[in-house]
Design a protein around this ligand. Structure first.
Ligand SMILES: [Zn+2]
Length: 385
């Protein structure tokens, strides 16, 4: 049983001076009179474990210091990836959606089987890369989607364009329709990496969630709200991380060939931030938390909360809910994770400080429980029950 003075329930409410009763992997009750206290988290802010809707958990820096290179032997590489899972869990993220690497599958399974510690992982396995006609006919696209399902994918990730600088669509509306429709038939969600007009195409195709979304018009955003399409924009961490680690990304595929080339990324930060600000003005638009953490950012996912609140003006409670009940709902897991209530998985974290007053409290995670198992408990017990 956990004693808490302040609990954010994950749905936007604050509970005071209560106790959370855990039985096995689940929350059994919220009962202020429950005894005895196993974990005294009074004085901290208790909330559901965070959910990051967009990371790349298998992305590492190699032995040569470069992004995407092997860390050495296969075993060394595997340990690096396992370390990403560990630091992510220690940072308070008890569930992550990793959007595209077949290496995610054995990691997901090992964590799920309790063999190694890490967040609960949902993965897309291999993403569908839009490449114009070469992507294949709609039937071939459907076959690719089925192959990912057979490989164990929990969702389908689709790239409809490269970047905010190269937003031309790489999938036709027919190809995109086929991908999202086939996934839906198989019971899988679809996340579409999309900028500009690709955002509209993804909404029309009935895809589940748009990643990034920059350059979408207000009409696109209103249509998303109307159709219930989720939006996963970023406010800064992904770019800050590239800039902080530019010598590790320079010259690798998809990144500038020279260090000077990274200057253009600095100009992207306000573009992303302003897009997020604009998205939050659209009524009923469902905006989830996704940090897009790659090598260098694992374990620092919560910096994205700070960027959102400090730089994009997002309300702190809204930011918390975007990584709790709303993210869970977007994953069709709203009945299992993302809130503190009886019957939910006991995914519970505690922060030193109040993120509603000072968002930098998200850096100070002192307690992490996932499915009733405690992985971190740095809190000092504060007296008797
Ligand atoms: Zn990404």
């Amino acid at each position: 049983m956990i004693a808490a003075s302040t609990v954010l329930d994950g749905k936007g409410h604050v509970l005071h001076d209560t106790r959370i009763v855990i039985e096995g992997s689940k929350i059994a009750a919220i009962d202020p009179k429950a005894t005895p206290i196993s974990y005294d988290l009074r004085g901290l802010t208790v909330l559901p474990g965070w959910i990051d809707s967009h990371i790349h958990i298998a992305w590492i820096f190699g032995k040569d210091g470069k992004s995407g290179s092997p860390a050495g032997t296969a075993a060394e590489t595997a340990y690096q990836i396992a370390a990403n899972a560990w630091v992510t869990l220690m940072a308070g993220f008890t569930t992550v959606q990793s959007v595209g690497n077949p290496a995610d599958i054995p990691l997901r399974n090992a964590v799920g089987d309790g063999e190694i510690p890490g967040p609960r992982i949902l993965t897309a396995a291999e993403p569908l890369m839009g490449q114009g006609d070469k992507t294949g006919t709609p039937d071939q696209v459907r076959e690719f989607v089925r192959k990912q399902k057979d490989a164990g994918a929990d969702l389908i990730k689709i790239f409809d364009n490269y970047s905010v600088r190269r937003p031309q669509m790489m999938l036709s509306q027919e190809q995109l329709n086929a991908a999202c429709d086939e996934a839906k038939k198989l019971g899988l969600r679809t996340l579409v990496h999309a900028y500009g007009e690709a955002v509209h195409a993804a909404i029309v195709a009935g895809c589940t969630e748009v990643e990034h979304g920059v350059l979408a018009t207000d009409d696109d955003l209103k249509l998303m709200a109307e159709k219930g399409t989720y939006l996963d924009p970023q406010a800064g961490l992904v770019w800050e991380n590239y800039l902080q680690n530019k010598e590790k990304f320079v010259g690798t595929p998809g990144y500038p060939a020279t260090l000077e080339g990274f200057a253009s990324m600095e100009t992207l930060i306000p573009i992303y931030r302003d897009f997020m600000k604009r998205a939050y003005t659209i009524p009923h638009l469902k905006i989830v938390f996704g940090s897009d953490s790659v090598a260098g950012a694992h374990g620092r996912n919560a910096e994205e909360f700070i960027d959102r609140v400090r730089d994009a003006g997002v309300d702190p409670m809204t930011a918390m809910v975007s990584a709790n009940s709303l993210a869970a709902e977007a994953m069709d897991l709203g009945g299992q994770i993302g809130s503190i209530a009886p019957g939910m998985q006991a995914d519970i974290i505690a922060l030193d400080g109040d993120p509603l007053r000072d968002i930098t409290a998200v850096r100070h995670v002192l307690f992490v429980m996932k499915s009733g198992v405690v992985y971190k408990y740095e809190a000092v017990p504060r007296g008797a029950n």
